[in-house]
Design a protein around this ligand. Structure first.
Ligand SMILES: *Cc1c(COP(=O)(O)O)cnc(C)c1O
Length: 385
């Protein structure tokens, strides 16, 4: 029996529909739906918004992670089997990028922020460590600044998987300038939702240029446009890499352009929702454990996660009350491909069994949050008996 007939989903993306259609209409009327035009416009606006130097619009963040690791490996001459330290608590595309480039994923543990623990990262550094991939879980920066320091001290590169971090600020600034490369996701349920797309933001201009070639089959048009009369021989180009087709298009960029207008407004509301959740759960520390967000972090609040004793039973009970939470994530070392690292990250394994992501989206009201909190507490009390 469902209480009050509610149906509260984990994510319900909200779009400025008329504005999106207007931007898309421009593309259709102009006859330009592909690469260029709105993709360039969105890259410019994203650079202005984040303050990052370069931005290349892609068809997903997964494409960006794969490109990032591959380009850094080639650019710095890393060898097959060199190591990248990463987190077990993430979406699997973070970690697939490492073996896809012939490198070894070395898992470090997380801390009370659900992000990588600086102490654990430091422990895992060896002579073969080349980079750390840091995931800002749910928009939380965690102990990012300490990770930046560790990377600097050990001469290791930092890759920031900012898939959850669109709009996150640290000391009032968008983090990422310290990293070698930052990757964002604009997948359907992320804070800046499109349908599927992402952005790769390299610090180095030469890497940005390589990414643009590799993301379009390795094609380089510039060599001919520089050497031959502009306008002539437009069909001529060289192919410099065995590339793939990874770039974004103007239809999706149209949606992104509109959604960017509302990102800060939306994130402010997400923070309000998170504050309401926290206010309620702080009354029951014995039943619900909250995730630590450092005070200098203004999170994008992509997720609102809690830790509970009987997670699986709690989710089923919440479903019966019309609430549909999620789990972010299963400890990646539980998957066959990464099972070699099982047992090396006890905190991540524990969190993986106890974490719940509660509904977090623009259509939730104060009343919804209170209802969800009441249900969580009620179920937790019953389980406790
Ligand atoms: C969503 C997500 C990705 C992948 O993003 P896509 O745009 O769907 O490829 C990578 N890392 C994390 C942490 C994510 O949540």
């Amino acid at each position: 029996m469902k209480n009050e007939q509610r149906e509260i989903q984990l994510f319900t993306p909200t779009f400025a529909v008329e504005e999106c259609l207007e931007e898309i209409r421009d593309c259709l009327e102009k006859g330009w739906t592909g690469l260029g035009y709105k993709t360039v416009r969105f890259e410019e606006q994203w650079k202005a918004y984040t303050g990052l130097e370069h931005a290349y619009f892609l068809n997903s963040a997964t494409a960006g992670l794969n490109l990032a690791v591959e380009i850094l490996k080639e650019g710095y001459g890393w060898q097959d089997g060199d190591e990248v330290i990463t987190t077990p608590l993430t979406f699997i595309s973070t970690n697939h990028a490492i073996p896809l480039a012939g490198l070894k994923a070395v898992f470090a543990d997380i801390d009370d922020t659900n992000c990588l623990s600086p102490a654990s990262v430091e422990e895992r550094i060896t002579e073969r460590t080349r980079a750390v991939i840091y995931v800002g879980m749910g928009g939380n920066t965690g102990h990012y600044e300490e990770i930046v320091e560790i990377c600097r001290n050990h001469n290791i590169l930092l890759i920031l998987d900012a898939a959850h971090m669109a709009g996150t600020r640290l000391h009032g600034e968008i983090p990422g300038k310290e990293a070698e490369v930052v990757i964002y996701s604009y997948q359907a349920v992320k804070n800046l939702p499109t349908a599927d797309s992402g952005m790769i933001c390299f610090k180095r201009q030469d890497f940005d240029e390589i990414a643009r070639k590799k993301g379009w089959l390795g094609i380089n048009k510039d060599t001919y446009s520089r050497t031959v009369n502009a306008g002539n021989y437009k069909w001529k180009y060289d192919v410099e890499y065995i590339g793939q087709k990874l770039h974004g298009n103007s239809i999706i960029a149209s949606i992104a352009l509109v959604q960017l207008r509302y990102l800060d407004r939306d994130n402010a509301y997400r923070r309000q929702l998170a504050a309401w959740y926290r206010e309620e759960f702080e009354k029951y520390p014995e039943l619900v454990e909250l995730i630590h967000v450092p005070k200098e972090c203004s999170s994008s609040c992509h997720l609102f996660q809690i830790l509970v004793a009987n997670r699986d039973e709690m989710i089923l009970a919440l479903n019966s009350a019309g609430i549909y939470p999620g789990v972010h994530y299963t400890d990646n070392t539980m998957y066959r491909m990464y099972a070699y690292a099982q047992g090396t990250c006890p905190r991540a394994t524990w969190v993986s069994d106890h974490v719940i992501s509660l509904p977090m989206h623009m259509r939730l009201t104060y009343d919804d949050v209170r209802y969800i909190c009441d249900q969580v507490i009620k179920i937790a009390k019953e389980q406790d008996e």
